[in-house]
Ligand binder design. Structure first.
Ligand code: ANZ
Ligand code: ZN
Ligand code: ZN
Length: 691
């Protein structure tokens, strides 16, 4: 065996590719294929093995499609706004701009060392004002249409991020970035995007996402949470109060009501006698996260108020409780302890009446939650639950005390962040005119360079930047100091790759039309209910303002697994099990590394790093290399031809469905069986090497 320096060899070819612009893409006439991997946040610690793995998956596919005659678009850029750069500014004293410029250029070098097929001419950084200008432009379009608005509401606050978070960025009551930090509730006036206007379409559209994994679709369905039911009016102190129920058939089993302890109007119904008790209860019962509701001890207090039942006219007591969400439905429920487990627990605890109205066999103590025949329901007895829901909804409608409605769990997207390193929200506050949008021709609103980092939002102290003339009346106004959630930047980036240098428009519609939708999108499962929903929302919005003609951004979504350390744990500095892709390239070469990354398991599964494994890949590559040097080149026998053709067919089949590990098995099989052959044609050697 000759010792060859793969590192050197790879560099030679990488620079040839670069000079030849081998991966440049241009819209044209042929069949197109758009492969995209979710772009990275360029952290200071550089590219990690997870990136190397994910981007290898897309790279293989892009090359595969190219070899199959497609016109391929495979771009890469950097999601470079966000908190870590700003936190580094605070702890290390570097300006986020400098920090980010350094880390993006570092990332770029590392990606290039991996030899990926990217059209680097399309690269952009989201912290470039030429990029975030279009975030602002989209925001203004939303503002015009009432889809961007300000509202004071209880919001999630992460003390570590020092900013608010969107609902979907709170996982198990904790910050998505800070697993150790419980989110607090603050009451603030914030900017929201009205994603709920698209709730129904986002929900129903899931059925058409044939190329998306079931798990992502399920998570999205649950997150959007479409629920068909009836809104029923109960009258409290002469005023109608709606409640939402999916079980109108149980209406005659209501024995009390429960209003959320967090409900903003709770105190308005509490009687004087109960005021003290209720206040005591509110102050001791903190806010409960939605996913905890079934687990917590259900507690409450009587409000003293009564609600009039819409069909029987009876007065039922109203309690305040910790298991009712202020933000879902109307924040109040009709409690049916005989048929709802939560209500049952509550009724037992406070000795409230339980009245059965559905016939059915329950197992032991507790509520019967199933469907069945109605009893004790005057006028509806004997009906089945499904029928009863229709009939009762009809009766309520006649009395103007109810209607069928669809409810969603999805909330509007809170995009305000009290941080510096994000896209400035392009509005001005004027004493006379109120909230005034910046004129389109004055975009981008750039971040001021000179600011002070420390506690709080640096923009609030940037007095010179803040002062601006009102675009409407010309009087002195003040800029908005909130910046946008960085998920805004990634919600439409796939479109900018179609026309990244456009200075006049967000993108040229003709160019975009050629490339979109994304044919294969590769990313992580953690984005199921964040990025993967936001990008769908933005696509629909941009369609509705007439600049797109597609309904969904990606034909197919592939969710990659996680690469863990050799010990089976998440790679982390504290465990000492991190393998740096650059070190691995130096030791084994990019080809061996990439081959290893797709050999171990199906790419949608988690797998462990293995030194032995990557050494095995290198050994294999060396063997192949030696064979190409030593084998006699001449004519291929029929047998050899057959072996090569068979391998091309089988490997293509596996690659097409990203079954790369099976493709590697076929590849090894092919070479092993060719090693013993006395002679092979140059053309066949080339095919083998390409494979
Ligand atoms: C009466 C009832 C009787 C209910 C019964 C269920 C069973 P989904 O499917 O999630 O939409 N609900 C309504 N608003 C609520 C809130 N703000 N916080 C907590 N629970 C709330 O669930 C709808 C059901 O959840 C509604 O139907 C209501 O309880 C409860 F035998 O109303 B049901
Ligand atoms: Zn946080
Ligand atoms: Zn004004």
């Amino acid at each position: 065996m000759v010792e060859i320096n793969f590192g050197k060899l790879e560099k030679k070819w990488q620079s040839k590719w670069e000079k030849a612009k081998a991966f440049k893409s241009k819209e044209g006439k042929g069949k197109k294929f758009y492969v995209l991997e979710q772009f990275p946040y360029p952290s200071g610690s550089g590219l990690h093995m997870g990136h190397a793995f994910t981007y290898t998956l897309g790279d293989i596919y892009a090359r595969f499609k190219k070899l199959n005659g497609f016109n391929v678009l495979h771009p890469m850029g950097f999601d470079s706004l966000g908190l870590p750069a700003e936190n580094a500014a605070i702890t290390e004293g570097v300006h986020p701009q400098k920090y980010t410029d350094e880390s993006t250029s570092n990332f770029l070098k590392q990606l290039k060392a991996l030899g990926f097929y990217y059209d680097w001419e399309r690269k952009f950084n989201t912290h470039d004002p030429e990029y975030y200008k279009w975030d602002q432009w989209i925001f203004l379009k939303m503002l015009e249409r009432g889809l961007a608005y300000r509202k004071k509401s209880p919001v999630n606050w992460c003390g570590k991020c020092n900013t608010v978070l969107a609902n979907e960025q709170v996982h198990n009551g904790r910050c998505w970035r800070h697993e150790d930090t419980k989110v607090k509730i603050k009451h603030l006036e914030q900017w929201f995007l009205k994603i709920t206007d698209y709730a129904d379409e986002l929900y129903k559209g899931i059925d058409k996402l044939d190329g998306w994994p079931e798990i992502i679709k399920k998570l999205q369905r649950n997150w959007i949470g479409r629920s068909e039911g009836v809104e029923i009016e109960f009258v409290i102190n002469g005023k109608k109060w709606p409640i939402f129920t999916t079980r109108a058939d149980t209406l005659f089993g209501v024995t009390f009501m429960v209003i959320s302890a967090q409900h903003p109007e709770l105190m308005s119904i509490v009687t004087d006698e109960q005021k003290k008790e209720v206040e005591k209860f509110i102050s001791k019962s903190g806010s409960v996260a939605e996913e905890d509701i079934d687990k917590i001890e259900k507690e409450g207090v009587f409000t003293g108020a009564l609600a009039k039942h819409p069909l029987t006219g009876e007065e039922v007591p109203i309690w305040a409780g910790n298991f009712v969400l202020a933000e879902y439905g109307s924040g109040m429920v009709m409690a049916v302890p005989a048929h709802d487990a939560r209500d049952f627990d509550f009724a037992k605890k406070y000795d409230l009446e339980v009245k059965q109205v559905i016939e059915g066999e329950k197992k032991g103590e507790g509520a019967f939650e199933g469907y069945g025949k109605l009893v004790n329901s005057k006028g509806f007895n004997g009906l089945k639950s499904e029928e009863a829901i229709e009939h009762i909804a009809g009766a309520l409608k006649m009395k103007k005390l109810g209607k069928k409605v669809v409810n969603f769990r999805l909330r509007d997207w809170l995009i305000s962040r009290q941080r510096y390193w994000g896209t400035p929200i392009p509005v001005v506050y004027c004493d006379d005119c109120g909230v005034v949008p910046i004129k389109e021709k004055d975009l981008p609103v750039k971040l001021p360079e000179k600011v002070e980092f420390g506690k709080g939002n640096p923009l609030e102290k940037a007095e010179i930047w803040i002062k601006v003339k009102c675009p409407n009346c010309g009087k002195q106004g003040r800029r908005e100091t909130d910046t946008m959630d960085t998920f805004v930047n990634s919600s439409w980036y796939y479109l900018r790759y179609c026309d990244p240098k456009n200075k006049i428009k967000i993108f040229d519609s003709k160019k975009a039309k050629y490339w979109i939708p994304i044919d294969l999108y590769i990313g992580g499962k953690e984005h199921a209910t964040m990025h993967d929903i936001y990008i769908r929302f933005y696509t629909k919005f941009l369609r509705d303002i007439g600049i797109l003609k597609i309904d969904e951004p990606a034909e197919r979504l592939f969710v990659q697994g996680f690469i863990q350390g050799e010990d089976g744990n998440k790679m982390s500095k504290s465990l000492g099990n991190v393998v740096d892709p650059l070190d691995a390239i130096e030791k084994y070469g990019a080809d061996a590394l990439r081959l290893f990354l797709v050999s171990i398991s199906s790419p949608n599964r988690d797998f462990n790093w293995s030194d032995k494994g990557v050494e095995g890949s290198l050994k294999f590559i060396k063997k192949v290399f030696d064979w190409t040097q030593s084998v006699k080149k001449g004519k291929s026998s029929r047998k050899v031809e057959h072996k090569v053709n068979y391998a091309i067919r089988e490997i293509s089949k596996h690659v097409d469905v990203l079954g790369y590990n099976f493709a590697v098995i076929e590849l090894r099989k092919m070479f092993e069986s060719l090693f013993g052959e006395p002679e092979i044609s140059k053309k066949d050697i080339e095919s083998c090497v390409k494979l």
